[in-house]
Design a protein around this ligand. Structure first.
Ligand SMILES: [Mn+2]
Length: 301
């Protein structure tokens, strides 16, 4: 746009100062959902301008093909994100895309590259201190917990409806000579399972990482940033850019940290010291309410 001194597609001037202060060996971001109104593209642009790394992993759900198919939504800021990523490639950053379920169309291009962005199904990242981390979006593990997933947004009114349905089903069952079967009880159990969706997912992904001989796993998908050990396997989830504005970062030493961009951005102006300031996201047990809201968001976004 004329007269707008922003990071326009053709803008290739040096970025001196932009990325001073936050240099990492590796960054992982996922669940950006470009093409949806929920995408926090401006915050992400701010993050991409303020950080630098040798390798940047885009861990799936970068572009939301599901939403775009339903309704076209592509504001300038979303273009700017794509241009910023391509520009990073030109400046020497290795950018790797691991497709997710919302951008599964990209899985057809595994082994190819878009403007220098490598597309892989999944991959093994080796940290500076020699740990092998399996990088995957994580949607493949929905199968493990999927039957409970759609029920995450079953509200009270719908639950009441199931009670009515239950009576109707059993009326028919009785006429067919079948014994009583409680649909409502069945659903209630499933909803309880939905509450543990996050912990089930985390355990399943960590188990698979171990099976693959990795020290840990980096994934996204559930919009819930996390960095902790599960049965001796490092489980890292880089969160999302729809609500939590988080990323996973590897320091030159190999140390991994979660970056909470809203907290970092609110921090006082970056000091000239080249020491990345990392704010680890506190490890909190998954609460039912939070889990449900995450899931609702994921399913509607
Ligand atoms: Mn996903």
């Amino acid at each position: 746009m004329p007269g707008m001194p922003r990071d326009a597609p053709t803008d290739d001037e040096p970025t001196a100062g932009d990325t001073a202060g936050r240099r990492y060996r590796t960054l992982w971001i996922s669940d950006i959902h470009l093409g949806t109104p929920g995408c926090q593209a401006l915050a992400l642009l701010d993050f991409l301008k303020s950080t630098d790394c040798e390798t940047l992993y885009l861990v799936g759900d970068i572009v939301d093909g599901w939403q775009l198919r339903r309704r076209w939504y592509w504001p300038q800021a979303h273009n700017d994100v794509v241009q910023k990523l391509l520009r990073k490639v030109r400046k020497g950053t290795r950018v790797v895309l691991v497709p997710g379920n919302h951008d599964e169309f990209a899985r057809r291009y595994v082994g190819h590259s878009f403007g220098g962005i490598e597309v892989v199904e999944d991959c093994m990242h080796v940290t500076a201190d020699g740990r092998r981390l399996w990088v995957t979006h994580g949607d493949l593990f929905d199968g493990v917990v999927q039957c409970a997933r759609w029920l995450a947004y079953v509200g009270d009114s719908l639950y009441e409806f199931t009670l009515k349905l239950n009576r109707w089903v059993n009326h028919l069952r009785a006429r067919a000579g079948l014994p009583y079967w409680s649909l409502s009880r069945y659903l209630k159990l499933k909803v309880k399972r939905a509450v543990s969706y996050v912990s089930d997912f985390e355990a399943a992904v960590a188990r698979e990482a171990r099976r693959r001989g990795a020290h840990g796993v980096v994934c996204g998908h559930i919009h819930h940033a996390e960095l902790r050990e599960i049965d001796g396997v490092l489980y890292a989830n880089d969160g999302d850019w729809v609500e939590s504005l988080t990323a996973l970062a590897e320091h030159p030493s190999g140390e991994l940290v979660l970056l909470d961009w809203s907290a970092l951005r609110a921090a006082p102006a970056a000091s000239p010291v080249l020491t990345p300031v990392a704010t680890p996201v506190p490890v909190t047990p998954a609460e039912g309410v939070t889990v449900l809201s995450h899931d609702v968001h994921k399913l509607t976004a």
